[in-house]
Write a protein that binds this ligand. Sequence first.
Ligand code: PEP
Ligand code: MG
Length: 592
Amino acid sequence: MSFQVFGIPVSRGVAIGRAVLVASSRIDVAHYFVAPHEIPGEVDRLLRARDAVALELTTLKDELPEDAPHELAALLDVHLMLLHDEAFTGGASHWIVERHYNAEWALSAHLEVLARQFDEMEDDYLRERKADLEQVVERVLRALAEAQGDAPASVTPRDFAGEDPLLLVAADIAPADMIQFKRSVFRGFITDIGGKTSHTAIVARSMDIPAVVGTREASRLIMQDDWVIIDGDAGTVIVNPSPIVLEEYRFRQRQSELERARLSRLRHTPAVTLDGEHIELHANIEMPADAEAAVEAGATGVGLFRSEFLFMNRGGELPSEEEQFEAYKAAVIAMKGMPVTIRTVDVGADKPLDRLTASELRHEHVLNPAMGLRAIRWSLAEPSMFRQQLRAIYRASAFGKVRLLIPMVAHLSEVRQILETVRRVQQQLTDAGHAYTRVELGVMVEIPAAAVMLPLLLKHVDFVSIGTNDLIQYTLAIDRADEAVAHLYDPWHPAVLQLISQSIAQSRAAGKSVSVCGEMAGDPAFTELLLGMGLRSFSMHPSQIPAVKQRVLRADAQRLAAALPVILGGDDPQSVAEKELAGMRARAPSVH
Ligand code: PEP
Ligand code: MG
């Protein structure tokens, strides 16, 4: 049966493929394809893990003390029965044989199918056996992990390009897990939770693959293996489409590929407006390896290196100074002399260090993580960790142009502490004989307080970067990851536009460079408006650079500046802007 699910479009484009349902708790299970000749071995690996667990359970049962409660032995019997049920390993093997999934993936895919059958059972006792099934699967997954050495070595996801594309469907995905999907087999994402600038959405955009979040119930309605279309422009998910609808979307997919190819021809064209203003189009990156895509897309620097992703997935351990230094150095070298703006760690809120999703964090740990100990607040609360990161960043400056960016600044006292720490770190490096060069210091304007008191902050820093994702969240008091209030998350809100415009004007008046690195910078709908506000430096995901550049090439910065008071002065900036800009776009010469 064909049906649609609606959500929030967060990453453009159309993806067509089969649904892979993954429970949030099992997202960190490895997902890769095995080569055809490795299939028998992989099935064998699964069976051996099953046998190991069966032995473990039997031994447990045999060794139960005499006085152990009777229920315990009964429970072990249930687990053994589930384990030996042909539907269990037979079902999982099916995914290995038919789809070439690795054993862990096959097992979790099969668990999703079985769990759903349990959910639908009328009988309470039987329905509750789902928890037992999950425990058995956990045990087998652990057994597979323990026998890791047996896993096939040739595990590149691209080996089977001919296979049906796969789309990931999950209730929620933690940013720490999202990062693992960067080079994964998935060609699109659908989640129940999340908003336009939640970090899951940001990572999906950085991967340049279509995504729809905040669907509320996609993971409940879509079945494992269903054919699904993700319309990342409209925020629609079409499940089991009819042949006509499928054809229509295949056509749209081809059109957008052609459009992409056309835009990529602008890669080496300098971003200069019609009236000769040079615009910096920088890249936002999460890992040093992303720098390659930045150069490839024609970025003239890195405007935001979100260093927190280096800190994730490490079971609570932090990366050493040496490890961080190597990562920053790699990005700096890859950018070949272009500036690299490294932001100090911004964990907390919807970016927990470990595999927690935003909702788990909200419910289990902190009352209001977005307003809690995150970003610079965390760094200042952990001074030795902060100094370690600063040392690594400064040492990387010996290899190119490095800029240091501090997230979530709200107090002058924070800037003073940062400056003091920087001085101490410089002294430590000099004493240790490490080379470093001058590193410009910048603060992010993400909290309205910082925007309002910017002239005070500007006296102490070299540059400013406006983080519109958080600035909108805090100005409008809208949790950026909460789909229930996503409709109120409005970049066009007059208060937001006033704060951005004012921050750009004040930075320029103070002779300091200013950039926007939030998602607004990469959305072509805002390019002209930001140019009109006087912005000359934008930072965005590499994949967004060509479309923004096209807007820059067709823009007249002077005329946009003249239109700004009209746009900001009205009740409804969005409709005034659309009207004003449509007229200007119509008169602009076309580029390519
Ligand atoms: C922002 O808040 O706009 C920003 C760029 O930082 P992040 O999205 O990483 O919070
Ligand atoms: Mg931010």
